[in-house]
Design a protein around this ligand. Structure first.
Ligand SMILES: Cc1ncc(COP(=O)(O)O)c(C=O)c1O
Length: 409
């Protein structure tokens, strides 16, 4: 099957048959997606059957540990990385914080890191804090007209002391997809590590992280139909180069070195639900390549084709509407379905309240991309309206959104 079967997809999400959500259209998916039934079922089952300390010999404990190991191995296979390269922490913000602590112990005063002003603060602030240890922080700025990052602007910032560059796969406001492979190659040629925030990209299909070439690739499972966890792929070389942040006696266990908070066992086990869901989508659409990363590519294409078809009319509508400032590109094929805009003379919060009355859930504000919003000349206190959707969104939801906007603007 080459087209997404939306009826099947929606049947996998209990939210779509939840009476209290009837008539509500969810357009704040970049903030957090609905959980698929498989995640909810895995979480429920863990709490009912195996909610004990894992990895001991007694049966529920043994099973709990096996479920956690399986979650790690299965998600890693979908991302085309090894299980010992995948780490689970409480959130992406906390994961970057921990890695930055380690980096601060390794780097020398005068070493340099590059951050952007396009990212969510999670992939800026942690690295910027290194300034207090004498690290020089350089800012790779967006082109204010297009809101995009240009590789040529990064090139001039790279030098012999650059040790790391942190940038986003896809901004949670601009939504264009940065050429990660090209950028990681450029960064590696300069002898630096590439730290990539994949939070806004991953809900639209899990990527082949090995192919992207990032040394650190981060995303948040609560936006990928799963539990509230941060996932972090860390290449082995980076893991061994950075000093251990966990208990000293665990320093040789790759998966424990950068997760100082004891992980949430039930939520890790529930990551199996995300993979169960991806497997169900693949199998329903006859994507049966034996390689998980090939099935992931097939699912990604299904998601993307559906999202792109739905996105274009929304972009066309906003781009043509007088007084609307649409952030980012107008061609759906060149961006993710995260659509941020402002309307002259109208407050984002007021517009969102009217949309909420019509049963449409959009977000407003700076979405913690504070520096980006500022660079775009927008008051972060007001921010933008953001309507973000994913593959389970229907054409009817989009029509409702366009009609409701049209009644308002
Ligand atoms: C692009 C982006 N990066 C990072 C984060 C932070 O993720 P977390 O909430 O897991 O810390 C978010 C959260 O909204 C985000 O949108």
């Amino acid at each position: 099957m080459s087209e997404l079967d939306l009826g099947f997809i929606r049947s996998q999400f209990p939210a779509f048959s939840e009476p209290s959500l009837e008539g509500f259209a969810h357009f704040e998916n970049a903030g957090g997606s609905y959980a698929c039934g498989q995640t909810i079922e895995r979480l429920d089952r863990f709490y009912r059957q195996t909610k004990v300390q894992p990895y001991y010999a007694f049966q529920p404990s043994k099973t709990a540990g096996e479920l956690m190991d399986a979650a790690r191995a299965r998600l890693a296979a979908w991302l085309n990385v090894s299980a010992d390269e995948l780490h689970f922490g409480p959130s992406t913000s906390q994961n970057t914080y921990v890695i930055a602590q380690a980096l601060g112990q390794l780097l020398k005063p005068g070493d340099e890191v590059v951050v952007t002003n396009q990212d969510h603060e999670a992939n800026i602030g942690s690295w910027r804090r290194l300034e207090s240890a004498g690290i020089v922080v350089r800012e790779w700025r967006i082109d204010p007209d297009s809101a995009e990052l240009r590789a040529a602007d990064l090139e001039v910032l790279l030098g012999p002391r650059t040790r790391a560059v942190a940038f986003t796969h896809c901004s949670n406001i601009v939504a264009s997809i940065n050429p990660v492979r090209q950028l990681t190659e450029l960064i590696h040629r300069a002898g630096a590590w590439a730290f990539v925030d994949g939070v806004s990209f991953c809900p639209h299909g899990l990527p082949d992280v090995a192919a992207l070439g990032a040394d650190l690739y981060l995303f948040s499972l609560y936006k990928v139909y799963g539990p509230h966890l941060g996932a972090m792929v860390m290449r082995r070389e980076l893991n061994t180069a950075l000093p251990n942040q966990g208990h000293f006696f665990n320093s040789t266990i790759p998966g424990k070195r950068f997760v100082p908070a004891g992980p949430d066992h039930a939520q890790i086990a529930a990551v199996n639900g995300v993979v169960d869901y991806m497997e169900a989508v693949a199998s329903h659409h006859q994507l049966d390549d034996p390689l998980p990363s090939a099935r992931a590519a097939g699912v990604r294409k299904l998601f993307r084709d559906h999202e792109t078809a739905l996105l274009q009319p929304l972009l066309d509508y906003l781009a043509a509407k007088p007084g609307v400032r649409l952030i980012g590109r107008t061609a759906a094929a060149e961006r993710a379905p995260t659509v941020a805009f402002t309307v002259s003379g109208r407050r984002p919060a007021e517009l969102a309240a009217s949309l909420a009355n019509a049963g449409l859930g959009v977000g407003t504000g700076d979405f913690y991309a504070y520096r980006l919003v500022q660079a775009l000349g927008i008051d972060p206190g007001e921010g933008v309206v953001r309507a973000s959707f994913v593959h389970y969104t229907s054409g009817q939801d989009i029509s409702r959104l366009i009609e409701a906007l049209d009644a308002l603007l």
